[in-house]
Design a protein around this ligand. Structure first.
Ligand code: GLU
Length: 475
């Protein structure tokens, strides 16, 4: 048995999106599970679509979620180089072999002539097939002209490890470009050579390549290459479960998730369970569990729905599992700058209060700012409040006054504050929705805050009294 070797072969044409990293993850899991190797190969043969910085971005994204490669452009390896632009002479040699065997020929048509042939087919309501217009004699190749594969059209039946049995007729096999006039190979040619030379055993890629598979099968035969196992992953779909996931659905690239404070563990879990489950109700898997439990046979054939709520839930789960001190350390770059003036003990208390409902780290400033500075008085928070909006300002003011007097008697322990707040409810004959909202607003001027007694206790008596007095002046 050959050792399992899988690869992730991104084109540096943009940032790594959710679907792309999932492909990398599945390929990595298959390699790790079999104690095989995982290879990173950069497919930079399309100079026009190349985006500056995307190679680095791709590598950083993979590293962030803990997908490490055994061979790749930065570390090299036995079968390098791992960047297609550095392998051009290899493709040229293989192309020449095809020419010599009569299985490739220089494209004799100009783009205009080709358009004309296409239009003729369209007018005759026939599918355009290049192979019906092959030149009578095949010229020698100068190494620069566009080169086409001379296909051998036939029906195919093959088994994809995920999609199952597939079949196509000869009409989908046509002569296609393998070398471009800029000296670069096309993806359709280069990846086949590289997978062979790099001894890839499983080609794991997304559904968008499935319609090209018969062409590839034809090429394997022409090159007398044993084809690797084909593992086609269905698209990741938007929340409606219909269209392919896009930025408009709120999906971000991996480094954006990193910047917002999504944990690597979250992303790993979320991506692994996009279209895969272990057949039980287990929701959360450690990296080791994923490696041991992952199974291609349990990957769904149909598209996986991107569920942002699940992503948030998972991240919240990992946040709650982290000890508060460790969480403070991990989130240190996310605190509002005003927090610099406060000691660790105070920040730990604040973090303790928000930890339960923190979903990602970049929420921290909004959730905590009022613990560090007095936010400006904003009376609209009272006016627009469902309960308070109905009350007269004079009544509001007197409620604030009464509350202040009562709280002045508190020692500001959570239990005593709870008692005092309940007494206040009783004495003013107000509902918690009214009175507690009011106290919350005048002591924070924030849109939301954690539990009231706990928040007041952390703010401390002097600060709370000061804020009440500011509010009384403003109302
Ligand atoms: N370079 C291709 C892409 O980025 C990779 C497809 C493959 O994995 O074979 O879409």
């Amino acid at each position: 048995m050959k050792p399992v070797r899988t690869r992730f072969a991104p084109s540096p044409t943009g940032f790594l999106h959710v679907g792309g990293v999932r492909t990398a993850l599945f390929a990595w899991l298959i390699a790790r599970q079999a104690s095989g190797q995982f290879i990173l190969r950069i497919e930079d043969t399309d100079k026009v679509r190349e985006v500056d910085g995307s190679e680095k971005h791709i590598m950083e994204s993979l590293k962030y979620i803990g997908i490490e490669w055994d061979e790749g452009p930065d570390i090299n390896g036995k079968y390098g180089p791992y960047k297609q632009s550095e392998r051009l002479s290899t493709y040229k040699d293989w192309a020449q072999k095809l020419v010599d065997a009569g299985r490739a020929y220089p494209d004799p048509y100009s783009p205009e002539e080709l358009d004309e042939l296409r239009n003729q087919a369209k007018a005759a309501k026939k599918p355009f097939l290049f192979r019906e217009h092959r030149p009578k004699t095949m010229a020698a190749w100068d190494g620069k002209t566009t080169l086409r594969f001379k296909s051998d059209p036939k029906s195919y039946e093959w088994t994809d490890e995920v999609m199952g049995k597939l079949s196509t007729g000869p009409e989908v096999v046509d002569d296609y470009i393998i070398m471009k006039s800029d000296g670069y190979p096309t993806y359709n040619f280069a990846h086949i050579i590289d997978d062979e030379l790099m001894q890839i055993t499983h080609v794991i890629r997304s559904q968008e390549f499935i319609s090209s598979t018969p062409k590839f099968l034809n090429m394997y035969e022409a090159l007398e290459i044993e084809r690797p196992k084909l593992v086609t992953l269905p698209f990741v779909l938007g929340p409606d479960g219909k269209k392919k996931l896009s930025k408009r659905d709120g999906a971000k690239d991996i480094l954006e998730y990193k910047d917002e404070g999504y944990l690597p563990e979250t992303l790993l879990n979320f991506l692994a369970t996009l279209g895969w489950n272990d057949g039980t109700t287990q929701e959360v898997f450690s990296k080791e569990e994923l490696i041991s439990k992952f199974d291609i046979k349990r990957v769904n054939k149909s598209g996986a729905k991107f569920d942002e709520q699940r992503l948030l839930w998972l991240n919240g789960h990992y946040i709650r599992e982290t000890g508060t001190s460790e969480l403070l350390e991990k989130t240190k770059d996310f605190w509002p700058k005003e927090a610099e003036n406060f000691d660790e003990e105070y920040k730990l208390k604040v973090l303790g209060l928000i930890k339960e409902r923190l979903k990602f780290y970049s929420e921290i400033p909004d959730l905590t700012k009022f613990f560090f500075i007095e936010l400006p008085v904003d009376l609209s928070l009272i006016a627009t409040n469902k309960f308070l909006g109905k009350l007269e300002m004079t009544e509001i003011k007197s409620l604030v006054k009464t509350s202040l007097e009562k709280l002045k008697d508190s020692d500001f322990s959570v239990s005593d504050l709870t008692d005092k707040l309940n007494l206040l409810l009783h004495e003013t004959d107000k509902k918690p929705g009214e009175l507690f909202s009011l106290i919350r607003i005048v002591t924070t001027w924030a849109q939301s805050s954690p539990a009231l007694a706990e928040s007041l206790s952390v703010l401390g008596k002097a600060e709370v009294i000061k804020r009440f007095e500011v509010a009384l002046k403003a109302i």
